[in-house]
Design a protein around this ligand. Structure first.
Ligand SMILES: [Zn+2]
Length: 413
């Protein structure tokens, strides 16, 4: 009996710790028993990088004294949610404001109001290193409430505050991958394979996904095409020139090595979802200085390409929101010496696949930077052989990039 009790206590403690980490600011709500009713909202997704207005509506019934209504977010008054004021201080003006006071909808007992969720950090770019290590604490689900203190009624809605809508915590990556696998099984017969390359310094899995037309595509590349390319390149070139290769595919590896450049991970998840689930992908690009819409048939793409997704090869850095791994190493400076477990595990797989293209997604440099042939150089790269294709690919990426974003130029140093 005693043992069970302490087990329960430990469980409650874990719950309490979890609650504390999930909801950053502890609720100051009193023990009063509110009658809870629904708060209708026009949106439930809020953002740390985009100002959003939220229209709310609730029917409290008759006899509501408008002056007795109060908004709470995560159990705290809106005036307590102050903007970042430098360092680790949050003493600025409130970032959540009422822009349309609660009022009755004509001839009804329904009350309407409009809130504005502004920018907690006073900016939409959170790349500043001081901010980068802090903003994750605010991500989570919150109770948005309109409380009638006179009648003890509380209209509530659960809303999510995120850095941007597609952001994934490390812990959310695997469930998201699993969900895409489930949906793809119903949607098409593409080949999907999940592997963990091993564990990070702190014991987290390195998630890796193979997406191909079918298993034969993967087997043929690994067992025939690649060994021939490495051991007998002349015979492979001959086959290609004579059109005797038959059906074959080559791998494109998509990677993220700096997980605090957070969009590099989430953009990859979005790409993975599109190529695993969609029949067609449409985007804009530029051809002969003209904007042009392009539609890719994904099955046609998979006739030529095997996609490899290394969502992040620094899971511990994703959790801590740091560039370095748990030992303090920038893994992007560890590829030559391979002193870190993550580098060893990923390098082994890169060597196994020898991908034709390897795209590492970074963030937070000024402008839209594409680096096909810039330092630091690996002595094994023979640029005189590579740069023609690499620069052509960089231009293709840049032209599509500026046609589908707010950027109007890209830079190839
Ligand atoms: Zn980087």
């Amino acid at each position: 009996m005693k043992k069970r009790f302490s087990g329960l206590l430990a469980f409650l403690l874990v719950l309490a710790l979890f609650a504390q980490s999930a909801i950053p600011v502890s609720a100051t709500e009193t023990a009063e028993n509110y009658e809870v009713i629904e708060l209708e909202t026009n949106r439930t997704l809020l953002s740390l990088t985009e100002t959003r207005t939220v229209e709310v509506m609730a029917d409290f019934g008759d006899n509501v004294e408008l002056s007795q209504l109060e908004f709470l977010f995560g159990g705290k008054s809106l005036s307590d949610w102050k903007k970042w004021s430098g360092g680790t201080s949050y003493n600025g003006d409130p970032f959540i404001t009422v822009i349309e006071e609660p009022h009755f909808v004509n001839g009804t007992t329904t009350i309407k109001a409009t809130l504005e969720f502004g920018l907690l950090y006073g900016r939409d770019n959170l790349s500043n290193r001081t901010i980068r290590t802090q903003y994750q604490q605010f991500i989570g689900d919150y109770e948005l409430a309109l409380v009638d203190t006179a009648s003890n009624k509380k209209a509530t809605q659960t809303v999510e505050l995120n850095v941007y809508d597609q952001f994934h915590f490390y812990e959310e990556l695997k469930p998201t991958i699993d969900q895409v696998f489930d949906e793809a099984e119903v949607a098409n017969d593409r080949y999907l394979e999940y592997q963990s390359f091993g564990k990070s310094v702190e014991g987290r899995d390195l998630h890796f996904v193979v997406l191909a037309k079918d298993k034969e595509a993967v087997d043929k590349y690994l067992n025939e095409t690649l060994p021939t390319a490495l051991e007998d390149p002349d015979s492979l070139l001959e086959k290609l020139e004579d059109g005797e290769m038959g059906d074959y595919q080559v791998p494109v590896w998509i990677n993220n090595i700096h997980p605090d450049e957070v969009e590099g991970v989430d953009a990859q998840v979005e790409l993975f979802k599109k190529f695993a689930l969609e029949d067609e992908i449409t985007f804009n690009t530029i051809e002969n200085k003209q904007e042009k819409e392009v539609t890719l048939n994904v099955d046609d793409v998979l006739d030529d390409v095997i996609f490899l997704y290394m969502f992040t090869n620094n899971p511990d850095g994703r959790v801590a929101n740091t560039r370095a791994n748990a030992n303090g190493f920038d893994l992007n400076r560890d590829n030559h010496y391979q002193t870190q477990i993550e580098t060893k595990e990923v390098t082994q797989e890169i060597a196994k696949w020898t991908p034709l293209s390897f795209l590492d997604m970074h963030g937070y440099v000024p402008g839209f930077l594409i680096e096909p042939t810039t330092p630091p150089h690996n002595p094994n790269f023979e640029y005189d052989l590579l740069y023609g294709n690499m620069i052509e690919q960089a231009h293709a990426m840049g032209e599509a990039g500026i046609s589908n974003s707010a950027y109007d130029s890209y830079e190839i140093p």
